[in-house]
Design a protein around this ligand. Sequence first.
Ligand code: GLV
Ligand code: MN
Ligand code: MN
Length: 413
Amino acid sequence: MDLSKLRANGARLRASLEEMATIGATPAGGVQRLTLSDEDRRARDLFVKWLKELDLSVSIDEMGSIFGRRKGRNDSLPPVMAGSHIDSQPKGGRFDGILGVMGALEVMRTLHENKVETERPLIIVDWTNEEGSRFAPAMVASGVWAGALERDWVYARADKDGKKQGEELARIGYKGTEPATKWPTHAYYEYHIEQGPMLERQKKTIGAPKGILCLHWYDVYLTGEANQVGPTPMEGRHDALVAAAECILAVNTLPDRMKGNMVATVGEIQNGPNSRNIIPDKAHFTVDIRSWDDDHAIAAWELLKKDFNTIAARRGTPIRIEETWRCPHAPFAERLVQRVLDTAKALGYSNLHMVSGAGHDASYMNQVCPTAMIFVPSIGGRSHVEVENTSWEDCEAGANVLLHCLLATANEK
Ligand code: GLV
Ligand code: MN
Ligand code: MN
């Protein structure tokens, strides 16, 4: 057959996404499928069932990542991989991650029903814990697979209830036996929603990021002195939450002080004992700093650390700082990025060369093999929210770009 005429089935892709969206569905139209939760397990079970229907050889590694391998004509050649993640944010949307997994599945289904062979094997992957919301940091399974993170350190990371990541993997039945170790890979593509406003603003259908910003994560712990709020005078207090509030404002003004080229966010806070009539004696908050320039992000952190120490000393609230995670910025393989742009053009889709502010497993895969991503527009530029949305037409367009990028790359000798 004329492979250039091959197209993904948009209706089937939509049906798969809609079925996945029932697992962990939230009343406001999003999903809550936290990594290694029962919802994550149910979605994985469905995914594995779908993989088996395509006669793919399925394997699960010791980080719980699920791989479905399709034979190549020349099966000993390094494979081409594509995928993303099934887990979600606590109040996440129906597209983040799962679109890249269902999109790659739709490609496999299209090849299967049309009996299309490729020179190289193709592997679809669902990476465990991309989000990093339940267990920090993010992208741990691709990080271990790529050799950038230590398996046992990741296993030992605990959630807010003290449950360990390695134990939760075993509990849901997805602590596999295959070593989580990279193999020679020809290329990796990740299909994803943009999660920002650029494609919609510029009325483009397909985005091809030149790479991903660095992600630097920190955890800050402040200790104050608890007391009755009524009788205790304002002067002389050691209020951990007020110290945290001051620190948080310093984070928010950091990008301006650094003259831009970065974003900085506090997204999570715990306050103790969290009672309206007790002066807080414990505060924990997170810091997320992102930039295309790792050195700039680190210089910003050094400045911020000084601010934090000054604030803590002035308020008499001893501080402990954990430098939790640094994932360096990932400049993708230009040849593959160009292929995404050219493929979009050949299929008649408008396209944009851009940058990814969101983190993806593609960051770590970029350390293993030539990597690129395919973005489709997020309606209203909203993501990590229940109203996250992308038109079905755009979902189909992205799947077609993925299909033809995979075909071209998997047929390279
Ligand atoms: C991943 O979801 C991120 O934080 O960008
Ligand atoms: Mn994602
Ligand atoms: Mn996400």
